[in-house]
Design a protein around this ligand. Sequence first.
Ligand SMILES: Cc1cc2nc3c(=O)[nH]c(=O)nc-3n(C[C@H](O)[C@H](O)[C@H](O)COP(=O)(O)OP(=O)(O)OC[C@H]3O[C@@H](n4cnc5c(N)ncnc54)[C@H](O)[C@@H]3O)c2cc1C
Length: 492
Amino acid sequence: MASFNPKINDADVPVIIVGAGVFGLSTSLHLGRRGFRNVAVFDKQQYDEAQYSYLKGCDAASADFNKIIRSAYGEQTEYQDLSTEALQAWRIWNNELENGSCVPEGMKTSDRVFINNGNLSFTNQAELPPFELASVHNLEKAGIPNTQLITGNEEHIALAKKKNISYGIDPFDCKTKGKSYIGVFDTTGGTAVADKACRVALHRAKTYGVQFVLGLGKGEFESFSYDSAEKVNGIRTRDGKTHFAKIVVIACGGWSPGLIPQLDGLCETTAGSVIHLRIPPDSPLFGRFAPENFPTWTYRVRDGPEGGLYGFARDEQGYMKIGYRGTKYTNPQQQADGSERSVPITRYTENEQLTQIPKQAMRVMKAFVKEYLPELAAEGINVSFSRLCWYTDSFDNHFVIDRLPGQSSVLVATGGSGHAFKYLPIIGNWVVDILGGIGLERELVQKWRWRHSKDDTEVVNKLMEGTASSRNLRRVPLTTDHDLESQLQNKM
Ligand SMILES: Cc1cc2nc3c(=O)[nH]c(=O)nc-3n(C[C@H](O)[C@H](O)[C@H](O)COP(=O)(O)OP(=O)(O)OC[C@H]3O[C@@H](n4cnc5c(N)ncnc54)[C@H](O)[C@@H]3O)c2cc1C
């Protein structure tokens, strides 16, 4: 096992965290909660002002309208257990908002960071996929019964009715429309209100004394700084300053592989495609698609390029978000060391911006809306804007939380692989354990170790296919402004 020294055993040890997304925020607040007094978080994004809002210029995966929270993890009961742990913490965060004990500036006691409107995972196939069947079985086995409701099961339908959550059994009115479908409604989960949740995490960290250095230049990691023995002893930021620390945590999400070349073959950044439709408050659909009446959902999520869809109830402003991950796209670029790596490109990237998404993604999402949500087009509601949102995929979908090989003072916490947001309130507690050498034998900690796929490894995500890949954004047709305009004019 790689060395985990130096352990953190001194509350005054200086710790620098680079990245204020889910991994960095959560690590900082748990270090603060556990008594560490010398913790600073650096991020190039001005989250204090922009409040994790995509509309205000934030483009990290964590800076979003909403994310799905679910316990259903098929045979991966270790993540099911992690979700159970996280759900308890989400409820505490909600309670502390409600009772006024932890309300960030600009938020209200009526705000919530978790909405328990459930998640329906459904398909148009005749039978439930093995993943869903395993989730039903494993949550029962874990002593969390009657939470996974099968849409065609009369007892479960009755249970949903009794609990007043029937909306989750057939949210698209498939029965009325004569469409066959089958799914499992995971009643444990629902919606994380992502931007507000990050604001709460940042606020909680500050309450524990964590310092935040935010903004281009002063908050932007440029390189490590090294001592005379070539050991990392801090970071250099783009404003030319050096900041010393005993421990540096790199939690830069989709930007991590571009900063840490040792992640080659372990993690790659890939883009998910997202559209937002805006339902006006005076529309009859505003109530119909409110989170009290509509769950989060996934559709044929493991079915390749024609599937991989998910979506949400409308938010407070009326935005209904739909995402596509049936194909995850890459942006391979030659880097300073001569290697090619995928790097995020968004509406807000400094040197080159991308405001469009692949036509293929738009086609699959539009086809879904046409088939399952025709009432939107009937009301003249269409796509307001689209987004590319950057995952950090590991080859096996497990996170990466481990020391950088050869640099015992650097820990990398990344590889969210499209499912880490739900762990915002707790993942940092695990990171701090790992930093302190605590509980390293745990199954998840072992899965999160630095690793490489072998020739015969069956990978979940194929990484680093390079510029020749059919998923390279430079090679796929993208939507145009004209497409967007015509979508706004033409009913879907
Ligand atoms: C389209 C999409 C949908 C998803 N849906 C879900 C979902 O439904 N449920 C779920 O649980 N999870 C979901 N996820 C996964 C989840 O969003 C991520 O796992 C999580 O947000 C990743 O957090 P992070 O801290 O690793 O990265 P990020 O949130 O990307 O944060 C990285 C931070 O590092 C900063 N940074 C980068 N480079 C530098 C630098 N040089 N100097 C300083 N700062 C830097 C960035 O500004 C950013 O703030 C989804 C992800 C995507 C992309």
